[in-house]
Design a protein around this ligand. Structure first.
Ligand code: HEM
Length: 161
């Protein structure tokens, strides 16, 4: 288990590091090869910059482990189907980042209805995710992009004061 995570961590870091190089190259050409009309380089999707599904899966595994150890929120997950939850989160992040996945779960409002989730609990969960992203050395730009997708979900998930 530990070996798998470390190996995945390397995949994730390398993907982000190598993207850093690609970004540097792009900045001098506005993201395209301006010298030619063909052979244009499309900007890499967030999904690709994260390292694809293996890297996303590794981050979600780490994240759910942190949530399970987080006394501020783990009480909400006592009856959760953790393998299914992980699968849904991977699908969600994969789709939201432009990857070749379709999120097959319920919408955020429906699944969290009746859970009485507070702003503090929402912030705690997002904080756990940030720790996982840091653990895998995800770049600032990629982190911001992920968080900007999650932020607007607050209004559908938080239902208690
Ligand atoms: C941006 C924040 C969040 C996202 C993107 C998110 C996403 C999801 C997803 C994709 C599922 C799985 C749906 C399914 O089982 O089909 C889920 C379920 C669940 N979420 Fe969230 N969630 C968020 C915040 C929270 C927070 C703050 C809590 C509680 C503190 C929470 C508690 C739960 C619980 C208890 C389940 C049900 C798990 C189960 O029954 O197996 N979620 N969430």
């Amino acid at each position: 288990m530990k070996t798998t995570l470390i190996a995945s961590s390397v995949v994730f870091s390398c993907a982000v590091v190598s993207m850093g190089c690609a970004s540097d190259m792009k900045s001098s050409t506005s993201g395209y090869d301006e010298g030619r009309t063909s052979n244009r380089i499309a900007p890499a999707s967030l999904y690709d910059r994260l390292g694809g599904k293996p890297a996303i899966t590794a981050v979600i595994d780490d994240f759910v482990g942190r949530v399970a150890a987080d006394n501020r929120i783990n009480g909400k997950f006592v009856n959760a189907n953790i393998p299914h939850l992980k699968m849904m989160l991977v699908e969600q992040v994969c789709q939201a980042s432009g990857g070749p996945c379709t999120y097959t779960g319920p919408d955020m409002k429906t699944i969290h209805a009746g859970m009485q989730i507070t702003n503090e609990q929402f912030d705690a969960l997002v904080g756990d995710l940030v720790e996982s992203l840091n653990n895998f050395h995800v770049g600032e730009r990629e982190k911001e992009e992920i968080l900007s997708v999650l932020g607007p979900m607050r209004k559908d998930i938080v239902t208690a004061m």
